[in-house]
Design a protein around this ligand. Structure first.
Ligand SMILES: [Zn+2]
Length: 276
């Protein structure tokens, strides 16, 4: 996506889109339907009830375990550029009056890579939801583990997966929405452990890239392999949802979950009364 002053060129059909068109269509090309990159902030805004989002704080001190040259400067400039504390924007928001913990990964922040801070933010999202009895909605977008943090970034896969497991054991509802691209360590951990897995049209979802797989197994991959549509056909993704419909679909799922929770509670109350 090339951005000039106030015109964006669609990477799908090369049509020129004005800023107001981009805002109106939630960064989806009105000509070819391609889902272009959307900022974490705008994504949250497109989902929650106006004014209902409260950002959650998670202060992780900066670490440069490998003394990676220029890493600290890069993180500082990204914080300034994106206005985010790290690669995830998360908080509690309402969707048609129903509360949920919502975490959105930012592909503007070192390709949404997962380092110590991202791992901690995702874990905190699940722990907060667990304590408050809220569902979790995660919008994943990632190039994978953050190589600048070496083995500590890989450890976030186990840490976030354990957080999902604990949350799930306590009966929490976790909805993941896989957006373009969801790959590497993020696809191999929390992003693909949801109760309900949604995806945006055309999103690339997989662990290693197609070229690496083809070279490893010595075979040609099927057409569309690793794309949301292929994964939906093969049962890995539950539903592909266009960006404009996402709020409505999430709202429906939350409503259904609420009703089931109430029905379960009523049944338990009834059984308790019956025992007396
Ligand atoms: Zn287009």
């Amino acid at each position: 996506m090339d951005e000039k002053k106030d015109v964006t060129v669609c990477s799908g059909c090369k049509a020129e889109l004005t800023v107001s068109e981009m805002m109106e269509y939630l960064c989806v090309c009105p000509h070819c339907g391609k889902h272009l990159k959307i900022s974490a902030r705008r994504r949250v805004k497109s989902i929650v009830d106006p004014g209902s989002f409260r950002k959650l704080k998670c202060e992780v001190p900066f670490l440069n375990p490998l003394d990676y040259p220029g890493y600290e400067e890069k993180i500082s400039s990204l914080k300034e550029k994106t206005g985010l504390e790290e690669g995830v924007l998360f908080g509690i928001g309402e969707i048609e009056g129903r509360q949920a913990v919502i975490a959105v990964m930012s592909s503007d922040f070192l390709m949404g890579s997962m380092g110590i801070a991202v791992g901690e933010m995702i874990t905190t999202a699940f722990e907060t939801a667990d304590r408050q009895g809220l569902p979790v909605i995660i919008f994943a977008a990632s190039g994978g583990a953050r190589m600048q943090e070496g083995i500590l970034s890989l450890m976030q896969m186990a840490k976030t997966s354990a957080a999902v497991k604990r949350f799930s054991e306590h009966g929490g509802l976790y909805i993941a929405c896989l957006t373009h691209p969801t790959t590497g360590g993020v696809s191999a951990s929390f992003a693909t452990l949801a109760d309900i897995t949604l995806a945006e049209p055309g999103a690339l979802i997989g662990f290693a890239g197609p070229r690496v797989i083809e070279q490893t197994i010595g075979q040609k991959l099927p057409q569309g392999f690793q794309h949301a549509e292929y994964l939906e056909e093969h049962g890995f993704v539950d539903q592909i949802v266009e960006r404009k419909d996402m709020r409505e679909v999430l709202s429906r799922i939350l409503k259904l979950h609420d009703r089931q929770k109430k029905e379960k509670k009523n049944l338990l109350d009834y059984l308790r009364i019956g025992r007396k």
